[in-house]
Design a protein around this ligand. Structure first.
Ligand code: NAX
Length: 331
């Protein structure tokens, strides 16, 4: 039997936490033959609820689950972890200024960065989900200089999967036959869901989405805003934000990163920009990536038209602004 992998989930007493821990314990994230030990972190006010989650994990008797550590101590939580899923954060509440929310998250991510840097396993892979996800990941990177920047990512896979879902619904095809959409940029409403390279597997081979969807107007307008606004639509319907889809996307993100993307398929991940596609280095920006042997690389050489260029630059601009807001909170 394989050695267990230690997976940290912060904010584990919250909504996404409750949805993701059973997925991890069932092998959805790391595979059906990979034992896991869960490290669950939350803050003091949620300590009792966190303990309830631990009780349920024990009660579920998951064969792959070799241990559960539930704690409010970031150091204990980070000790020896191989994968860190950062869900905990400070949500924006009605009437709060952007700067105040940013300032809370900057201090959380600064502290958790140093706990991870000092205590996580070497080569720990980090996925930041808590919003503002890209900028929280950037702060984490800044304050954990010994963690390679390639190991720090943020979640845009939910947006990617939402885009696949919209194409599948609109063309009435299986979602598993749609691939290679791209989410560029920020996990926010400025993100750019791009279908220019996406394809659908049909009985007569692989066809570009642009060829199958005759309605350019839908692709260039409504499709984009539907994906951008999907989070808000779920909140309106559920009176709670997306949780099961976020948890599932986080498992997809880590699974593909660790085990690799299928041949000919790419996925979207928020990663530290190396200047690809003219996106300035120093931002955590969502790109199309392929993964192999535990490493991601940005898909190169895709043709970018003027429409896409403008949208890719607009979401980069927002990230530059978030970055400077975050830095202003450090002083
Ligand atoms: P919840 O409010 O249900 O849970 C958050 C949990 O984090 C709470 O239990 C809270 O006590 C805990 N927490 C707060 N500060 C902490 C700290 N310093 N250390 C550890 N735990 C801490 O929110 P939930 O619906 O689970 O969403 C979590 C985060 O994911 C939010 O920031 C949300 O905006 C973000 N999302 C990001 C998505 C993405 O695609 N990147 C999509 C889903 C989600 O909206």
């Amino acid at each position: 039997e394989k050695e267990p992998v230690r997976v940290l989930v912060t904010g584990a007493a919250g909504q996404i936490g409750y949805a993701i821990v059973p997925m991890i314990a069932r092998g959805v994230m790391l595979g059906p033959d990979q034992p896991v030990i869960l490290h669950l972190l939350d803050i003091e006010p949620a300590a009792e609820a966190l303990n309830g989650v631990k009780m349920e994990l024990i009660d579920a008797a998951f064969p792959l689950l070799k241990g559960v550590i539930a704690t409010t101590d970031p150091i204990e939580a980070c000790m020896g972890v191989n994968i860190a899923v950062m869900v905990g954060g400070f949500p924006r509440k009605e009437g709060m200024e952007r700067k105040d929310v940013m300032s809370k998250n900057v201090s959380i991510y600064k502290a958790q960065a140093s706990a991870l840097e000092k205590h996580a396993a070497e080569d720990c892979k980090v996925l930041v989900i808590a919003n503002p996800a890209n900028t929280n990941a950037l702060i984490l990177k800044e304050f954990a200089p010994s963690i390679p920047e390639k190991n720090i990512t943020c979640l845009t896979r939910l947006d990617h999967n939402r885009a696949l879902g919209q194409i599948s619904e609109s063309l009435d095809v299986q979602v598993s036959d749609v691939k290679n959409v791209i989410i560029w940029g920020n996990h926010s409403s400025t993100q750019y869901p791009d279908v220019n390279h996406a394809t659908v597997q049909t009985s007569s081979g692989e066809k570009p989405v642009r060829e199958l969807v005759s309605d350019d107007k839908w692709l260039n307008a409504e499709f984009i805003t539907t994906v951008q606004q999907r989070g808000a639509a779920v909140i309106k319907a559920r009176k709670l934000s997306s949780a099961l889809s976020a948890a599932s996307a986080a498992c997809d993100h880590i699974r593909d990163w660790v085990l690799g993307t299928p041949e000919g398929t790419w996925v979207s991940m928020g990663v530290y920009s190396d200047g690809s596609y003219g996106i300035q280095p120093g931002l955590v920006y969502s790109f199309p990536v392929t993964c192999e042997k535990g490493k991601w690389s940005i898909v190169q050489g895709l043709k970018i038209d003027d429409f896409s260029r403008a949208k890719m630059d607009a979401t980069a601009k927002e990230l530059v602004e978030e970055k400077s807001l975050a830095y202003s909170c450090l002083n």
